[in-house]
Design a protein around this ligand. Structure first.
Ligand code: ADP
Length: 303
């Protein structure tokens, strides 16, 4: 059975509803991908690598992971930090605003807490957010870990999700994102992220930038536009059927990545995997929240 280790931060998610009511959930880019990957690939083992606190909410999240069938062998616990938190506020026009309380979260200490733990994986997946929350010393430790994993034949997979607030400058973000690309085998650049971070305005510009690295498989996502996949020196394009009624675009890219990886790891071609990932993403954006109900997913996607 193939083993995927997904590294990052899952936070408590509070969504404002009517009046003073808040709806509680758990989400975070890499966690969302881990959930969708695990739901879509019964024959793949998915472990989440992170650090939680000893608080009640951290314990609740741990139980959630167990319920979902995510392997928690690499879930570390911090003695003095708690789970990070973010809140989603939707105004009268449907515009969403996100506020984060994550600077001192347990997950920001993940690599320090990992210490002697041995990590084994066939695929190691992380994002620029996973990287951004770490101090420089731990960023270096993460690259050390990935170097060791690569030495064992593990493939590195990366999504350059760009959150400006998590970086001291754009230059800093570019430097580390490029360092991540340099060690990666399968990457999921998003059009919006590359436009904001590098000023790349189309898939050609993204691919031109990535040509300096030896990346086996580049999957360029761009909302409702076609997905472009560069593999074996060839570019393939998979059209996207626009969703008529988009309810909430949160986790579209995360869902796509989870579905794509699930299909790829169970033997599908890159184009079929993109179609499958797109189906997962289209279903995710048809429901509110980052992680939709498993039954809702199953009615639209072959799990
Ligand atoms: P990200 O969340 O990384 O910014 P995108 O917005 O590029 O991701 O979307 C990721 C994937 O979600 C797309 O490749 C596509 O499959 C799907 N998607 C996003 N928006 C739409 C839409 N309006 N209709 C159909 N599919 C969509």
């Amino acid at each position: 059975m193939k083993k995927v280790v997904v590294f990052g931060e899952c936070m408590l998610e509070l969504v404002s509803k009517q009046g003073d009511t808040l709806h509680k959930g758990f989400a975070g880019d890499t966690y969302n991908t881990a959930i969708y990957l695990n739901r879509c690939a019964a024959n793949v083992s998915v472990s989440y690598l992170t650090a939680l606190g000893n608080d009640l909410l951290s314990s609740e999240l741990l139980s959630k992971m167990d319920e979902e069938g995510i392997n928690t062998e690499y879930v570390l616990r911090s003695e003095d930090r708690n789970l990070g938190l973010y809140m989603v506020h939707t105004d009268a026009d449907g515009e969403r605003t996100f506020t984060y309380w994550r600077q001192n979260s347990a997950a920001t200490q993940s690599l320090n807490l990992l210490k002697g733990h041995k990590v084994e994986a066939d695929v190691f997946y992380f994002s620029a957010i996973s990287l951004a929350i770490l101090d420089n010393d731990q960023k270096a430790k993460l690259f050390e870990l990935m170097g060791e994993l690569k030495g064992t034949g593990c493939k590195i997979s990366f999504d350059p999700n760009y959150r400006p607030k998590l970086w001291t400058s754009k230059i800093e973000a570019q430097k580390w994102t490029d360092a991540a690309y340099a060690v990666s085998d399968l990457v999921f650049p998003g059009g919006d992220d590359h436009a904001e971070l590098y000023g790349h305005m189309n898939a050609e510009a993204i691919l031109q930038h990535l040509a300096q690295y030896e990346i086996e498989e580049i999957v360029v996502k761009n909302g409702a536009s076609s997905v472009n996949i560069f593999i074996d020196n060839k570019l393939d394009s998979v059209p996207i059927e626009p969703v008529e009624k988009v309810v909430d675009t949160t986790a579209a890219g995360d869902g796509f990545n989870g579905g794509y990886l699930a299909a790829r790891l169970t033997g599908s071609s890159h184009t079929d995997s993109a179609r499958y990932g797109a189906k997962v993403a289209a279903t995710v954006i048809g429901f509110p929240g980052a992680i939709i109900d498993k039954q809702a997913l199953a009615t639209h996607v072959n799990l």
